[in-house]
Design a protein around this ligand. Sequence first.
Ligand code: AR6
Length: 169
Amino acid sequence: MTTIRLVRGDITRESAEAIVNAANSSLLGGGGVDGAIHRRGGPAILADCRKLRAGHYGKGLATGKAVATTAGDLDARWVIHTVGPRYSQQEDRSDLLASCYRESLRVADELGARTVAFPAVSAGIYGWPIDDAARIAVETVRKAETGVEEARFVLFDEKAYQAFARQVD
Ligand code: AR6
């Protein structure tokens, strides 16, 4: 059984075995939580990302997938980068968002990470309505077959925290 915990705060201040990054397919950084993770985690994370791009991930990381790097100076062993889908009113991309959580947990299992901190993937720059993003996140983690003992959602603002709290209560 995976315990779900909610925390309000900055994910770059968390201590966890793995911290999930809401990245983009370039893996080379961006704004939002991605920018914050690279800033606080330091250049070792980007160096690892560049190695991934030079190797198996020459075309980048596809939406819904996940891959791990060092966590650099963060209080974690790994950063798991995942690429959320942009929200679309024309197309239902929920399964791609669910896939981000499934794939992140799968990578965490491969690494042997027991505690994983997640941001609300796709709920910022990628425009996903927070209630729907929270529902998909919590449902997917609840259903996952994983050895991860604690999945911690780290929500940056009160609105996101409350949206997740409604799913967990
Ligand atoms: N800690 C926790 N949550 C945060 C933090 C933080 N330090 N900073 C932002 N959030 P976003 P996306 C929240 O935009 O929507 C980047 O440029 C934020 O309030 O970081 O998946 C990437 O490179 C929101 O609830 O990610 C991609 O191009 C959630 O994290 C693109 O943005 C996700 O917001 C990805 O967009």
